[in-house]
Design a protein around this ligand. Structure first.
Ligand SMILES: NC(=O)C1=CN([C@@H]2O[C@H](COP(=O)(O)OP(=O)(O)OC[C@H]3O[C@@H](n4cnc5c(N)ncnc54)[C@H](O)[C@@H]3O)[C@@H](O)[C@H]2O)[C@H](O)CC1
Ligand SMILES: [K+]
Length: 530
């Protein structure tokens, strides 16, 4: 059972859903000004933490140092994001900070206007021109929150660009002003935040790849939204959720039952590699080894067999007849073994496009199937995505953006809104689709989505996807007979892979995470945590 805090940290909402949830709180009797006061008080306290934590953080994260009582410039917009910012200004003022307000709008919402009046009455200086703002140590961005609906134009657009050029730490309230709350698109221009303090529930746009250059380090400010209101609003819609350590760890096949045997702990068949791409087969197999799968069989072209055996002595390596180009020509399984003997199949890395008949064969099998890399390219070429619906077992597709576009040319541009794109692809194909990226997104055919909220650019490296395919195949094989939704297992694999990259990068820098090293960090992620 997840605690309420954990459940809240999983939820991802759109602007419309947040407004509806907020509406229920107000309708139940919470006064709007009281909620703003509560939320902004929490933001002010967090900013106060930062002025000491920035210093500690310097060795750890190389963040810019702030003095204990920094001079704070507060950017105030016309709506309630601006209202929050004015309450923050007032609170910091009373806590001894030097505070200046920049407010470039004449027309303000009523509550925001009242807070402005009071801020001025207690002597907080307010300016309408950015040039009037004194040299501050940090800026707090309360220009726009989830109410931004249209493109930002001049003069505000130029001001935002100018503020970004100042290169000062910026703390954005709720989301960096200028980002679309749902898609994370930049509407004209946007604040490049150092920190984003997201209010109440995670906004979907903050977890979209295109927003990441603007979001900085993001954290949730929990202001005690009643769980019943969240459930009431999200009940009937496909859920978009953040993968958290608690959910990922809870789906791991641990602890094992005391009495078991290797086949009970999953038998994975990997089909991968070619003479040209031998390394891909090794890396996929190392990913599978990292999953802890009970039994691993690896089908490769005959000429790769000895290589694979020397790297993975525990695996059963099946050497298959090969084409002239060195691709697998035919799956030659050991006697009395059929594809249906395996708990799951993972197929694709390093195959080359000459292995078309192999992909057709595994698609025709009745086993849970992961298709990646050339497996996906062949599937796109075959044009048989519609037949995935008829497979008696689950199919998991793991494309990066390029493969995604080849597979699903009719689906709305994956660069514009990755969440919507992955949802459409899964619904259209009947497969579970994992769209790789900085924020990998996984959808099931019913439209539910998991997003992996943490990753590292260290993983942008040849072979790291192969490790994921093996890991995922191994997990799938282990839970094949358990009642765990497949998309949950796929999410766990994405999280585990991402965490291994983060851990490896923290010890070896982002340049030190080659795919082999990555596979060696998988175990370290879960030791002591599960
Ligand atoms: N979620 C909650 O429960 C709470 C949210 N709070 C804060 O309120 C904002 C949302 O406030 P809202 O007033 O609805 O919207 P904004 O502040 O984002 O701004 C809307 C404001 O801006 C005008 N506008 C929109 N687009 C543009 C544009 N391109 N150029 C100029 N002006 C534009 C629009 O007309 C409106 O007037 C949320 O993010 C939180 O920060 C509460 O304080 C606490 C509870
Ligand atoms: K903001």
């Amino acid at each position: 059972m997840l605690t309420k805090k954990e459940s809240i940290s999983q939820v991802i909402v759109t602007a419309a859903q947040m407004r509806e949830i907020e509406g229920r709180i107000f309708a139940a009797g919470m006064p709007v000004p009281a909620l703003m006061e509560k939320v902004a008080g929490l933001i002010a306290s967090r900013i106060q933490d930062f002025s000491s934590n920035f210093e500690q953080g310097r060795q750890r994260e190389q963040v810019r140092i702030l003095p204990p009582f920094p001079c704070v410039g507060i950017l105030v917009g016309p709506g309630h994001n601006g209202g929050d910012a004015l309450v923050v200004a007032r609170e910091l003022h009373f806590r001894g900070y030097a505070v200046w307000v920049y407010l470039p709008f004449d027309k303000l919402k009523e509550l925001t206007s009242q807070h402005l009046q009071y801020a001025q009455s207690i002597g907080i200086p307010c300016y309408g021109e950015i040039e009037q703002l004194p040299d501050c140590d940090v800026l707090v961005d309360g220009l726009f929150g989830f109410g931004l609906e249209r493109t930002i134009t001049d003069p505000i657009a130029s001001v935002i660009n100018q503020l970004n050029e100042w290169n000062k730490p910026i703390i954005s309230i709720d989301l960096p002003s200028g980002l679309h709350t749902d898609t994370g698109e930049v509407l004209g221009t946007a604040i490049r935040a150092t920190y984003t303090l997201c209010l109440g529930l995670w906004k979907q746009g903050l977890l979209q790849d295109q927003a990441l250059d603007y979001v900085g380090k993001a954290e949730l400010i929990d202001f005690d939204i009643p769980w019943a209101d969240v459930q009431a609003v999200l009940e009937d819609v496909p859920k978009v959720k953040r993968i958290t350590p608690a959910t990922a760890l809870s789906t791991l096949p641990l602890p094992r039952p005391p009495v078991t045997h290797k086949y009970k702990e999953g038998h994975l068949l990997l089909i991968c590699g070619s003479r040209r791409y031998a390394g891909g087969a090794i890396l996929t197999a190392l990913g599978a080894r990292g999953s802890g799968v009970g039994m691993l069989s690896i089908a490769v072209p005959e000429s790769l067999k000895q290589l694979l055996v020397s790297h993975l002595p525990e695996a059963l390596v099946i050497g298959c007849p090969e084409t002239e180009s060195g691709a697998i020509a035919q799956l030659q399984l050991p006697e009395k073994t059929e594809l249906s003997s395996f708990s799951a199949i993972a197929c694709g890395p390093g195959l080359t496009k000459d292995a078309t008949s192999i992909v057709e064969e595994v698609l025709a099998s009745d086993r849970p199937l992961v298709l990646d890399a050339d497996g996906l390219n062949i599937l796109a070429q075959l044009g048989t995505i519609p037949t995935l619906q008829q497979r008696p077992a689950v199919t998991v597709l793991t494309p990066h953006t390029g493969e995604f576009q080849r597979l699903f040319p009719d689906v709305a541009d994956a660069k514009h809104d990755r969440v919507k794109a992955v949802q459409e692809a899964a619904t259209q194909s009947g497969a579970v689709v994992l769209l790789k990226g900085a924020r990998t997104a996984i959808a099931n055919p019913q439209g539910s989505v998991w997003i992996n909220p943490e990753s590292t650019p260290a993983l942008a490296r040849g072979g790291s996807g192969d490790v994921l395919t093996g890991l995922l195949g191994g997990l799938l094989a282990q839970v094949a007979n358990k009642e765990i939704p497949v998309e949950d297992i796929v999410a766990t694999a994405a999280w585990w892979h991402g965490q291994a990259g983060i851990l490896a990068a923290s010890e070896r820098t982002e340049l030190g995470v080659d795919a082999f090293t990555l596979s060696q960090y998988l175990l370290k992620v879960i030791v002591g945590r599960s």
